[in-house]
Design a protein around this ligand. Structure first.
Ligand SMILES: [Zn+2]
Length: 208
């Protein structure tokens, strides 16, 4: 389930995940010859302890780093982590306390435009991308009412604490909202670099 949670952030719902578990390549990968129901994914994920998952993932990340598995990911000698936001579990009907909401316009049966509330979840992902190996280091859910940058700062602070300030060198954003993190990029580096990881972000996020 750890592999699953870190490898499947692109899957938007448990129903789609259930459909993917019918594929032979999936069943070979997880070593289970059968489809897994969306109910099972829901049951298990509700009982998972995120901290346990993070500890296991951290152990794997350190082994990979020590084994120089990320060397091919470096750009001009610097290991760069990318931040990106992904949305999952969108629903017009079901929601939980952690759901984000937005108003959408759609048409009813008579063709009239109506506004309704839509519920969804969105996470910020920190990923090391490379030609041979791409690894999600950690991710942080956005909370109701907050912007992407708040969750991104929480994620960066946790990564600094868990992986240390030298696990990677720079942070690159795919987020438009993290503009206040801007720092002068290292020389000769692509322009979308936002901060060096060993520089403490000035804005302190709210930590729990
Ligand atoms: Zn929810």
């Amino acid at each position: 389930m750890n592999d699953l949670s870190l490898a499947c952030p692109h899957v938007p719902s448990f129903l789609q995940l259930q459909a993917e578990t019918k594929l032979p390549q999936w069943q070979r990968w997880v070593g289970y010859s059968g489809a897994i129901s969306d109910d099972t994914f829901g049951y298990v994920s509700e009982r998972l302890d995120p901290e346990q998952l993070r500890r296991a993932a951290r152990y794997i990340h350190r082994k990979l780093k020590r084994g120089k598995a990320f060397e091919a990911n470096k750009i001009k000698g610097l290991l760069c982590v990318s931040l990106d936001a992904n949305e999952q579990f969108c629903s017009d009907h079901r929601c939980c306390e952690q759901c984000l909401t937005r108003e959408v316009t759609c048409k009813d049966a008579s063709g009239q435009e109506v506004k309704k509330t839509q519920y969804y979840h969105k996470q910020i992902y920190a990923q090391l991308s490379g030609p041979e190996l791409s690894v999600i280091l950690d991710f942080e859910p956005m909370r109701p009412g907050e912007e992407e940058c708040a969750a991104a700062l929480r994620l960066l602070r946790r990564l600094r604490a868990t992986h240390g300030p030298r696990f990677f060198d720079v942070v690159r954003r795919a987020l438009t909202a993290v503009t206040h993190l801007d720092q002068p990029p290292p020389a000769n580096f692509p322009p979308n670099v936002v901060i060096r990881f060993d520089v403490q972000p000035e804005t302190e996020p709210v930590l729990q």
